[in-house]
Each structure stands twice: as structure tokens, then as C-alpha cells.
Design a protein around this ligand. Structure first.
Ligand SMILES: Cc1ncc(COP(=O)(O)O)c(C=O)c1O
Length: 354
């Protein structure tokens, strides 16, 4: 019964987050979390902040975090927006840049939150089918829309769109906002960040959830022309001025400042990813070229839905999307070397190659 629900919410199908199991211990490769702990400096900063000052509201601008990001990424503070996870930053961006009734475009296979935001805010959307090899037919994003959203690297494929292709999209959409969601860019991708100087319509969204191992802290951020950032602040200050709490601001700022730890951890994940890709290919899997902290794989002889259930029975959680075109794929987050050895060994058993 939805009798008291608004009509917009009544018709909405919300996003389904990956499972966070409570009943038993799994090797958890289903939500693209980082297998390593956050920077010890981030944990120390959170602990130092967890005191008497919690009675006070946090800085509504998240200034220490904005300053740390400005320094690390070489941009002005008024070109940075911070929020409660990049999911919130994206939700604010949809409201800030796309009108109800307008039609935005994004690929048919991409982060499944985009259609949910569109539904939530009354924005129409058109999807552009990825090619059979899962590359983006960028020309189909050239104009004739009221906004473009691209995850780069894309999810759940992990594949990257190169700068030239992205430039093409920006050049051909000068009058609408182009959102590039770079949740996974630190695992070997190339950020579009330098392009914000050339394109006043480009918003680049990133997160501390993946490469800085802070999914539990909920901190995302965006870079763009000061004008775009003002619009995001306008939305934020019309909903909740204190989206980032004191612990989040302190912890994320410290994580951003710990560059050496960040680089070391990303390099480890990339190394493990390449090794896992090689070993899964040897077992007969098709492995898409990934620039993220996950692999998207399929096998001609073993349906993904069956492998998904069998892995689960063997204590390994991965992600399966029962969705046209990708329903024979599994998305496997990169865990520790030991996690991935267990995964490969189990896959070997399940595919009869052990
Ligand atoms: C493409 C993409 N964008 C954004 C997010 C949201 O990340 P968060 O809200 O943790 O920053 C995710 C999370 O899985 C993602 O896959």
C-alpha cells in the first residue's frame, strides 16, 4: 500500500545497493570496496575529532577538506564541491543542472543510479547503446540533449573512454552540463580534471570511497567551473547545509593529504587486478580491459548466474546484474592477493579447469 506516498515516489524504482551480508563471513568482492584499510593518518584524524567538539555543527563548507583537495589537485577552492558520498554529489548535480522534463543522455550500460536520480527529479533520459565491445559510440552523444552523464571508467564494465573522445562530447554539447563520474579513475584511468579550465560545462565527480578506502565515511567531491560549484552549493543549502560531519571532514582531509599511502595502495590494487585478469583469462573467461578496481568477466560455457550462486555457496560474493546484454557477466571487485587467489582457485573448480 502506497496510499500516502507522493505520486513521484510511488512510481519510483530505487537503486539496489550491493549486499552487505550479516549472517556469515564472505570474501566480499561485490561492492568495489578497497580491500586495504584507509590511511592511518585518516583514522588518527577521525579519532582526534571524536571528542567534545561534536556538540558543535561542522563547517558547512568542509573547509579543511576543500583546502586539502585544492592543494592536491591544483585547483582553486571555489572550483570544488564536497558532499556525503559521490552519490549525493551526483544527486545534487542532477538537480542543479537538469530541469524537470528535460531529456538527458547516458549509455544503456552504466551506473544504475543515473536513471533513479532522473526518475526522482522528473528528468527524462535517453540511453545510448554501447557497442557490442562495450565501447561508447560517442557521436551519439553529440548534441540534441539537455545534459550528458558519463561514468569514466564506466561501471560495471571498468572500461575507459579516452580524452579525445571526451573532448568530442564536450565540444558538441557546449550549452548543457556534462557530468563525468570518475569514481574509479585512480586505478589507472586519466582524469578529465584539467579540462575544467577549457570547458565551463564540465563537472568531474570523484569519491574517497574506492581509492582512499573510505566507503564507510561517505565523502565525495566534484571539480568544475566556479559557476557550476555555486549551483551545487545552492542545491545543498536548500536541502541540508551540513552534509559532511566533523569526522568525515577531518578523516577525508587527512586521507587526501597522505599521497604516498594513496599511491601505494592504488598500485597494489592495480597489480592484483592485472594478475587476476591474466589468471581468469587462462581459465577461459573473457575479461574486459579494466581501469577500475573490478573486473567484468564472462564465460562461454558457464552462465554467470550459475557461477554467481556457486561462488556464493563457496563463501565468495560478487555482483550479478540480471539485465539485458550483461546477464552473462559477473562484476568482481579486486580484493587482497589472497582473496583473489581463492577466487581464481574456486573459479577453476567451478569451470572444471582445476
Ligand atoms: C560509477 C559510480 N559512481 C558513484 C558511486 C558512488 O560512490 P560513493 O557514493 O560511495 O562516493 C559508485 C559506487 O559504487 C559508482 O560505482
Amino acid at each position: 500500500m502506497k496510499e500516502f506516498w507522493s505520486s513521484r515516489i510511488r512510481d519510483l524504482t530505487p537503486y539496489t545497493p550491493g549486499e552487505q551480508p550479516k549472517e556469515r563471513r564472505y570474501i566480499k568482492l561485490n561492492t568495489n570496496e578497497n580491500p586495504y584499510p584507509p590511511s592511518p593518518r585518516a583514522i588518527a584524524a577521525i579519532q582526534a575529532e571524536a571528542g567534545e567538539r561534536l556538540r558543535l555543527y561542522p563547517d558547512p563548507e568542509g573547509t579543511p577538506l576543500v583546502q586539502a583537495l585544492a592543494k592536491r589537485y591544483g585547483v582553486a577552492e571555489n572550483q570544488i564541491f564536497v558532499g556525503n558520498g559521490s552519490d549525493e554529489v551526483l544527486a545534487f548535480a542532477f538537480q542543479a543542472f537538469f530541469d524537470p522534463g528535460a531529456e538527458i543522455v547516458f549509455p544503456d550500460i552504466t551506473y544504475s543510479f543515473y536513471p533513479v536520480y532522473a526518475g526522482m527529479f522528473g528528468i527524462r533520459y535517453r540511453t545510448v547503446p554501447l557497442r557490442r565491445d562495450f565501447t561508447v559510440p560517442v557521436e551519439q552523444l553529440y548534441g540534441g540533449n539537455d545534459g550528458v552523464v558519463l561514468a569514466n571508467p564506466n561501471a560495471p564494465t571498468g572500461m575507459e573512454l579516452d580524452w579525445n573522445a571526451l573532448r568530442g562530447v564536450l565540444e558538441h554539447n557546449p550549452d548543457v552540463t556534462v557530468i563525468v563520474d570518475e569514481a574509479y579513475v585512480d586505478f589507472g584511468g586519466t582524469s578529465a580534471l584539467p579540462l575544467i579550465r577549457e570547458y565551463p560545462n564540465l563537472l568531474v565527480v570523484q569519491t574517497t570511497s574506492k581509492s582512499r578506502a573510505l566507503a564507510g565515511l561517505r565523502v565525495g567531491f566534484a571539480f568544475g567551473n566556479a559557476n557550476l560549484i555555486s549551483a551545487l552549493n545552492c542545491v545543498k543549502n536548500s536541502i541540508n547545509s551540513y552534509t559532511l560531519d566533523r569526522l568525515a571532514i577531518a578523516g577525508a582531509a587527512a586521507a587526501v593529504e597522505d599521497e604516498e599511502y594513496f599511491r601505494t595502495q592504488c598500485a597494489k590494487v592495480i597489480h592484483t587486478r592485472e594478475e587476476t585478469a591474466r589468471r581468469l583469462s587462462q581459465l577461459g573467461f573473457h575479461v574486459l580491459p579494466s581501469k577500475s578496481n573490478f573486473l567484468f568477466v564472462s564465460h562461454d560455457e558457464h552462465p554467470a548466474s550459475e557461477l554467481f550462486s556457486a561462488l556464493r555457496e563457496n563463501g565468495i560474493l560478487v555482483r550479478y546484474f540480471a539485465q539485458p546484454r550483461i546477464d552473462n557477466f559477473l562484476r568482481i571487485s579486486i580484493g587482497t592477493d589472497e582473496d583473489m587467489r581463492t577466487l581464481v582457485k574456486t573459479m577453476g573448480k567451478l569451470t572444471g579447469k582445476d
